[in-house]
Design a protein around this ligand. Structure first.
Ligand code: 5AD
Ligand code: SF4
Length: 437
């Protein structure tokens, strides 16, 4: 039997694509192994969101340039789509290059690879299909991803995704709901709905559900205890989503709403299609929810033309919103993107300085916010056990890590279960507590 190894870089969409790719390989008679050394076929599912992410796959391929011993290498995902056949020139031991919009041809491409074809490609973005697989091998037995929309129709000036994942394609709501019911019957209690831009969801089936309606319907599936979704684009984020969260406690009280910058001038240059005020209106809806919705965001510092003043507006936004967590990045110029043509680049050193200031500020905000949880009882889903600290690892509906000890001796039957935990201490990135039973 042919053995394969797969390593995945990048976002949750990529992680879930890999689960579907693994399912496809298994149902085609391949066996998964834990190391590239033990494999006949080595897959890298790649990310090209920033230059650093892109370089990872090339350094992996470099490791095997001289000692590939008859192995076949395949590059999947965003770098595959972006670099296409150039990958064969850079790394001649690669035989297959396939972007995510072509995964529904994967089985057919594997046949070509098996037949000894040294340059098999799947690079067309011209698809109306989503990647549906008869078998998906999920990594986690309690929490599962479901894709609801693939691709992206926005054109943020810094972003490669519209080039690497193609145009938006929504999945029919009946397929999404069927998958949710099947997962619940298999024992999954948490579901995360995925898409580059879930708010653009446009149901192609006669039911014609909006994203908020789909959310509510998934949350009604018997057996599910938590439903999350990512990623939202502020432009398409409607008040109906907040109403849906208010209406059903299964919908987690956590929303990731990437802002990118606190300066309307920079937002315009980024082609984000909203102003700071419009973004803040959405934050007000979220903050006025009785559910106590936790908020996170993405921020880019050093976009071309970002002045000290613009940057200070971003710092001011952090104070105003008080996010529960942020992901922050130095702007990285990407191939094909409109921002490449902008002349006023910010020096790398200055980007680094801004990033440090931003992260320091946010650390203080998180310390303060998390301290407010001390004394409260929160329900966690138990994700694991950390031997070194003797603590269980839990996650709250608000997506906070809450590590805890139990009065009774530990047993691994806790994993996947839900428990009330009293918060005793708080750090910037996690809470510590003790379970009540
Ligand atoms: N440079 C830096 N960060 C980027 N992101 C997307 N493109 C770039 C880029 N060229 C960030 C955005 C996005 C997150 C997934 O990655 O903040 O929301
Ligand atoms: Fe990386 Fe974006 Fe591709 Fe996800 S969609 S793998 S973040 S480039």
């Amino acid at each position: 039997m042919k053995k394969f190894y797969i390593e995945t870089f990048g976002c949750q969409m990529n992680a879930h694509d890999s689960e579907k790719v693994i399912g496809t390989l298994l149902s085609n008679g391949y066996e998964q192994v834990e190391t590239p050394e033990a494999a006949d076929l080595v897959f890298y599912n790649t990310c090209s969101i920033r230059d650093k992410a892109e370089q990872k796959v090339f350094s992996r391929l470099q490791e095997f340039k001289r000692r590939n011993k008859g192995k076949t290498f395949a590059v999947l995902g965003c770098v595959a789509q972006q670099e296409g056949e150039r990958i064969f020139e850079k790394a001649p031991h690669v035989s297959m290059v396939c972007g995510s919009a072509s995964y529904n041809r994967l089985a057919e491409m594997l046949v070509q690879v098996e037949a000894g074809n040294k340059r098999v490609t799947g690079l067309s973005l011209d698809t109306e299909d989503t990647f549906e697989t008869p078998l998906t091998r999920r990594d986690n037995p309690h929490r599962a991803y479901i894709t609801i929309i693939e691709g992206c129709d926005k054109s943020c000036a810094y972003c490669v995704v519209p080039f690497t994942r193609g145009p938006e394609r929504s999945r029919a709501s009946d397929n999404v709901l069927r998958e949710a019911r099947e997962l619940a019957e298999m024992g999954y209690t948490e579901i995360q709905l995925l898409g580059q831009n879930v708010n653009s969801y446009l149901d192609p089936s006669p039911a014609g559900l909006t994203f908020a309606q789909l959310l509510s319907r998934v949350a009604e599936v018997p057996g599910l205890r938590r439903v999350r979704f990512t990623t939202s684009h502020p432009r398409d984020f409607g008040k109906d989503i907040v109403d849906a969260i208010d209406g059903n406690p299964v919908l987690c009280n956590f929303v990731h709403l990437p802002v990118q910058s606190g300066s309307s001038r920079v937002l315009r240059a980024m082609q984000r299609l909203y102003t700071r005020d419009e973004y803040m209106r959405r934050i007000e809806w979220l903050k006025s929810s009785p559910r106590g919705i936790a908020l996170s965001t993405d921020i880019i510092v050093g976009f071309p033309g970002e002045t000290e003043e613009d940057f200070e507006e971003t710092l001011g936004l952090l104070d105003e919103v008080e996010y529960d967590s942020i992901f922050s990045f130095k702007y990285s110029p990407r191939p094909n993107t409109p921002a490449l043509r902008l002349t006023d680049q910010v020096p790398d050193e200055e980007k680094g300085r801004r990033l440090t200031i931003l992260q320091e500020k946010q650390r203080g905000i998180q310390l303060r916010r998390n301290a407010e949880y001390i004394g409260r009882v929160e329900e966690v889903m138990v994700e694991g056990f950390q031997k070194s600290t003797g603590q269980w690892i839990g996650r709250t509906s608000q997506n906070k890590t809450l590590n805890f000890t139990t009065p009774a001796p530990a047993s691994d039957t806790l994993i996947g279960g839900y428990l009330p935990v009293r918060v005793l201490r708080a750090g910037a990135n996690s809470l510590v507590g003790e379970s009540l039973n």
